[in-house]
Design a protein around this ligand. Structure first.
Ligand code: F6P
Length: 553
C-alpha cells in the first residue's frame, strides 16, 4: 500500500465541520429565511442563462466558509490545475483526464500536452471527421450500399457509450435533423429486436460505440446486428456503408470487420462516462447536426472556464460539490435525488447515476488506502411532475434527509396550452414545501371547522417537518448550449467531491468482478457439469437449467 499524501478526515477543518453540524442541525431553514431577507440574493448565482439557487439548504455562511476551507485542505485548486493541464491524475490507469480539452474551441490558443504532444489539433481533427460524417447522413450524401438515403442510425453501446448520448439526444429532440437515432444497450435481446423491427437495413447505419471494443454486451449486439444485416440480402462488402465504430481500439474494431476509415477515434484520456463530448457523441451529432453539437460543446466550455477561473465562494460546481458533500459526509445522508421538470431530460438521472456513482462509489483512496468514512451518494430521480405522484410522499414526510436538485427550464420548446407554467409552478412549489414544511399549529388551523376528535387524528398526519434541502437550477431553455453547461457542471461537481474524499474519480474497477463471474456462469447455464459456487448461486443456476430445458422441449 502507498502512503496517502493527505487524509482529509484527520484535518482540523473536518473535525470543525462535524462540530458545526452538531451545533447547527436543529436550525430550520424557515428561520434562516425569516432572519435574512437577502438570503436568496446571497445564495444564488446566475451564469449564462442558468440560475443556481442554493439558498434552500441547511447552511449558513459559516458552513460555506468551513467547506471552502476543507476544499483548500484537499488542494482542490491544485487538482483542478492538474486535470486541466493533462497530468495523469487517473493514477490506477496511468491516464490523463481531459474531457475539458474536448470542449476547447477550435481557434483556442490553449495547448494541452499528453506525453509531450499537444492533443488539441487531434481533438479537432476527430471532431471534424465525426461531424462531417453526421452531416453527410443528414444531407443524403452518404448513401447505403443500394443507393438509399440513410433514415435511421442505431447506436450500439452501453454505459457511457449509451447513457450520455441517449440522454442528450432525447433532451435535444426539438433540434432533430433528418435521421432518426435509436439506442441499443442492453444484452436483453428485446432491446435490439425492438429497434430492428423499426428500421430497414438498406437505410440504416449502425454505430458500434465502445471505447475498449471489448465490452461483451456491445460486441454481441453488434454481431447480431451484422448478422441481421447480412440476412437482408447484403454482402460483406456492403458492411462498410452501414457499420461504423467509435473506439480507442482501432485494431479491435478492424478485427470485428470495420475498416479503419470507418472508425472514429476516442482518446484513452476520456473516461466512458465523460465521453459524450467526444466521437462517442456521434449519435448525437447525427441527431442534432454539426452546428448544434458545437453549441453543446460551447456550453460545456463556458462552464469549464467558470469552474477553472472563479473563486470557490461563487463557483457553481464547487458550491454544488461542497453542499452535496456536507450532507453526505456530515449528515450521513446516503442519497441525492435529481428531478428534472422537463420531459426531454427524463434520462438525466440515469446519466448522472453513472457519472456520479461510477466515479465516486469507492472506499479506497487514490493511493490504495482504505477510507474510513462514507463516500459517493446514491443518485436517483425521475422527471417532475410524475415523481410527485410517486415518491414525493417520502421526501415530504419520510424520516430521511434527502437533498434534491430541481432542474426547471423557464421556456419550453412546446407551446401546448398552459402546461409549462403549471409544470414550473409545481417545481417551485415543491422546493418551497420541502423547505418550509407545515407545523402542527398550521395543520390544526387548516382543520378549524372539523369535529375535534377527527381533527386530533388528522392534524398530525398533515404535519410536514420541512427543512428538506434542495438546489434549484433554472435554465433559460433546454438548448444545446444550456444542456452543455448543465452536464459539464455535474461532471465538475463529481470531481470536486472526489478530490476532497481523496478518490480517483476516473477508474471503475468495481464493475470488473461481476463481468468476470458472468463469463464463467454463462456457459454453465446451458450445460450439465457439476457446479462449485455457493449453494445459492448453484441453486439458481440449477433452477434456471431445469426450467430453461422445460421451455425448450
Ligand atoms: O460499466 C463499465 C464500463 O467500463 C463503463 O465505464 C463504460 O462506460 C462502459 O463499461 C462501456 O465501455 P466501452 O465503451 O469500453 O464499451
Amino acid at each position: 500500500m502507498n502512503t496517502a499524501d493527505y487524509a482529509i478526515n484527520h484535518t482540523a477543518v473536518w473535525a470543525q465541520l462535524h462540530q458545526h453540524q452538531r451545533s447547527t442541525r436543529f436550525l430550520h431553514m424557515r428561520d434562516l429565511f425569516a432572519q435574512d431577507p437577502q438570503r436568496f440574493e446571497k445564495m444564488s448565482i446566475s451564469f449564462n442563462g442558468l440560475l443556481l439557487d442554493y439558498s434552500k439548504n441547511r447552511i449558513t455562511e459559516d458552513t460555506l466558509r468551513l467547506l471552502i476551507e476543507l476544499a483548500c485542505s484537499a488542494d482542490l485548486s491544485g487538482w483542478m490545475h492538474k486535470m486541466r493541464s493533462g497530468e495523469k491524475i487517473n493514477i490506477s490507469e496511468n491516464r490523463a483526464v481531459l474531457h475539458t480539452a474536448l470542449r476547447l474551441p477550435e481557434n483556442t490558443a490553449a495547448k494541452v500536452y499528453v506525453d509531450g504532444r499537444n492533443v488539441v489539433p487531434e481533438i479537432h481533427r476527430e471532431l471534424n471527421r465525426a461531424l462531417a460524417f453526421a452531416q453527410s447522413l443528414n444531407e443524403g450524401k452518404h448513401l447505403g450500399a443500394r443507393g438509399d438515403c440513410i433514415r435511421d442510425v442505431v447506436n450500439i453501446g452501453i454505459g457511457g457509450s449509451d447513457l450520455g448520448p441517449q440522454m442528450v439526444t432525447l433532451a435535444l429532440k426539438p433540434y432533430q435533423q433528418k435521421v432518426n437515432v435509436h439506442f441499443v444497450a442492453n444484452i436483453d435481446g428485446a432491446n435490439l429486436a425492438q429497434v430492428l423491427e423499426k428500421v430497414f437495413a438498406e437505410s440504416t447505419v449502425f454505430i458500434v460505440a465502445s471505447k475498449s471494443f471489448t465490452t461483451p454486451e456491445t460486441l454481441l449486439n453488434a454481431k447480431t446486428a451484422r448478422a441481421w444485416f447480412l440476412q437482408q440480402g447484403f454482402q460483406a462488402a456492403d458492411i462498410a456503408r452501414h457499420f461504423v465504430a467509435v473506439s480507442s481500439a482501432v485494431d479491435k474494431a478492424a478485427d470485428f470487420g470495420i475498416a479503419p476509415d470507418n472508425v472514429f477515434a476516442l482518446f484513452d484520456w476520456v473516461g466512458g462516462r465523460y465521453s459524450v463530448w467526444s466521437s462517442i457523441g456521434l449519435a448525437v451529432m447525427c441527431a442534432i447536426g454539426a452546428a448544434n453539437f458545437r453549441d453543446f460543446l460551447a456550453g460545456g466550455h463556458a462552464i469549464d472556464e467558470h469552474f477553472f477561473n472563479t473563486p470557490f465562494r461563487r463557483n457553481i460546481p464547487v458550491l454544488l460539490g461542497l453542499i452535496g458533500l456536507w450532507y453526505n459526509t456530515f449528515y450521513a445522508s446516503a442519497s441525492h435525488a435529481v428531478i428534472p421538470y422537463d420531459h426531454g431530460l427524463r434520462r438525466l438521472p440515469a446519466h448522472l447515476q453513472q457519472l456520479d456513482m461510477e466515479s465516486n462509489g469507492k472506499q479506497t483512496d487514490r493511493y490504495g488506502n482504505r477510507l474510513d468514512f462514507d463516500t459517493g451518494a446514491v443518485i436517483w430521480g425521475e422527471e417532475g411532475v410524475n415523481s410527485q405522484h410517486a415518491f414525493f410522499q417520502l421526501l415530504h414526510q419520510g424520516s430521511r434527509l434527502i437533498p434534491c436538485d430541481f432542474i426547471v427550464p423557464i421556456n419550453s420548446h412546446y407551446d401546448v396550452g398552459e402546461q409549462h407554467r403549471v409544470l414550473a409552478a409545481n417545481a417551485l412549489a415543491q422546493t418551497e414545501a420541502l423547505m418550509r414544511g407545515k407545523t402542527l399549529a398550521e395543520a390544526y388551523a387548516e382543520l378549524a371547522d372539523m369535529n375535534p376528535r377527527r381533527r386530533d387524528l388528522l392534524a398530525p398526519q398533515k404535519v410536514f417537518p420541512g427543512n428538506q434541502p434542495s438546489n434549484t437550477l433554472l435554465l433559460d431553455k433546454v438548448t444545446p448550449f444550456h444542456l452543455g453547461i448543465l452536464l459539464a457542471m455535474y461532471e465538475h461537481k463529481v470531481f470536486v467531491q472526489g478530490v476532497i474524499w481523496g478518490i480517483n474519480s476516473f477508474d471503475q474497477w468495481g464493475v470488473e468482478y461481476g463481468k468476470v463471474l458472468a463469463k464463467r456462469i454463462e456457459p454453465q447455464l446451458s450445460d450439465t457439469a457439476a457446479l462449485a459456487h455457493d449453494s445459492s448461486t448453484n441453486g439458481l443456476i440449477a433452477y434456471f437449467r431445469e426450467h430453461q430445458r422445460e421451455r425448450n422441449t
